[in-house]
Every structure is written in C-alpha cells, then in structure tokens.
Design a binder for this molecule. Sequence first.
Ligand code: SF4
Length: 351
Amino acid sequence: MANFFARTLLKWHRDNPRPLPWATTNPDPYHIWLSEIIMQQTRIEQGTAYYLRFVNKFPTVDSLASASTDQVMRLWQGLGYYTRARNLHKAAKHIVENLDSNFPDTYEGLLALPGIGPYSAAAISSFAFGRRHAVVDGNVKRLIARFSGVRSSIDDASTHLQIQQIASTFMTDVSTAVFNQAIMNFGALVCKPKSPLCAACPLATHCFAFQNNLVDALPVRTKKKDLRERYFHFVVLHYRGKFLLQRRVEKDIWHGLYVPPLLESKSTRIPSHTRLHSFVHGLIGHDDIEGIESSSTIRQLLSHQSINGRFIHYKLLAPPITSFETFVWVSKKTMNQYGKPKMVAEMLNDY
Ligand code: SF4
C-alpha cells in the first residue's frame, strides 16, 4: 500500500508540476522559511505575492533582522494572523544575533525558533535540508484520512500523530522534499475539501473513502466553537490634515498594528455623546471637537472572532493637549508607513 501510494503520488507530481518561486534545485533555507511562515493559513496565490514582496525588500535574514517592527508589520498588512509577522522578525533577530546568521539545519533546532511549530519544522527541515520528516498540514490530513480511512477527528492531537505516522510510512525510499511537496499539492488540487476529483484520481482504486462511499463523511472534524462577536467604534480624530493612529499594545488581536483609538461596546449602537466626548478627552486632554461623519458597520471575520467596526470622524477645534507614546499623527502620505488591520486600511484608503 505504501509503495502504491508513493509511486502513484510521485508520478502525479511529475505530470502536474506546480513551480513555486522558493522551490529551486538549490533551496535557500531563508527563502523556504519565509515561504512556510507566509503560507500558513494563506492561499498560495495570495501568499506568493507577499513572499515576493518580502524577498525583494529583505533579501537576507540579516536585512530582515535589522528592519524595524513597523516595516515588517507594514509589509505583512492584509495577511492576518499578525503573531506570525512578529515571530518571523523575532526569529530573524535570534538567528543573526545568536547563530551567526546560520539557519539551524535540524528539526529540533528549527523547532526552537519563535513561531516554528512541528509542521513548519518538518517542512523547512525537509525542503531546505532533505531531513526525513513528514509534513502534515490540513491538505495532508484530509488526504490521508480519506485514503487510509481514519475515523477519529483530524483536529485531535492523537489523530495528527497517527496521520504523521502513516505519512512517514508512505514516504519510505523516496525523496522527502519531493514527497512532502507532492502530498500537499495533491491534497490541495485533487483531494479537495469539497468536490474532490475522485473520478480522475489515480489513488481511487486503493482509497478507503472512495471504495466505501465515505468521501463526504471523511475527514471527521470537531465542531467549531461559536464566533465571538465584537463591536469596535473607531474614533478618527482629524487635526490640520492629519489623523491620530494608536499602536495596539494589549494582548489582543492586531497587537503591534496601528488603528484609530477605539471604544469597544456590546452592540453596534453608536456610544452615547457623553461617552464619546469623555473618551476623546482622555486621549487628547479636551473634547473641543466637531462631528464630521460616521460610517456604517463593516464586518471582518477572523479565525475565532467576528469584528463589527464603525468609524466615527471628528474634527479637533483646538490642538491636542496630551499625547501618549503609542500615538502617531499621520497624513494621507505617511499613513502607509504603518501596518494596519485590513478593515482600517480599507477605510482610510476610501476616506
Ligand atoms: S479517490 Fe477521492 S477521496 Fe480518495 S484520495 Fe482520491 S480524491 Fe481523495
């Protein structure tokens, strides 16, 4: 079975090449690492554009390490899951400062870097250094669960381990890097989550799910938790052609990104005049302001939260008296120097 799987998979891979900019015959660990971190939770088309932007701006791990946090966050803007960007930057600094700019070349060494879990460590160690580690991402889990008839939830750690063991058995006697790339591509392009291409699938003759009419039932998933609804009222303060952004320092979503000061409430209803004025007073030391406009509610879905955002614009009638370290007053020209969540970037571009 293992032989059939690997042989068939690698033939399919040869017949269906999917050239990726970082997959060269002489792979650069820095490029592989960048691509792996960027591609997590990202479609390949979108991720490739970001990968090329990063490589262009920061061609070496040294250049990434010496960049400012704001530069990194700005380039990452729009990709979401911003902890990845912060860890990427932290890891680059660690590699330069403590490892003499050399990438660890073992699974364990990679696992010790910020932001690198078992999946990324397996991927980088196999793609960059040819180490024998089976990569298990969502595509691989789905494919193996169907092909081998795994009935437990693929969200459980024990099932993850089981699938990793099956994949390791399948990859015996083949090039690890090629096998890992092939199995991920096959899962993404043939054994797709919805409407897999079973009729044309070269694995179908030995596929448990196909042979037992269980393709729609596998893989088994644990029911997702309900989304947490949040209501953000962004207060956009305009003064002499500039407006105020604030770096988020709380342990919360969008940490390190810039947003207009925000009031959170329990509903989409605009906070009272008194609450808004007192909020502004706390920011700039007075509430001598004039309302300009407020937007309708915009919704952005994150992995476990649904953000309902509204932008309330005010003009300052007197200069701000107080300020905070996290504040920046930006103009249309300078606002692009700061990384912002998608919802905020779109609003400011449109305004
Ligand atoms: S036959 Fe269908 S379910 Fe089985 S591996 Fe192929 S595409 Fe996936």
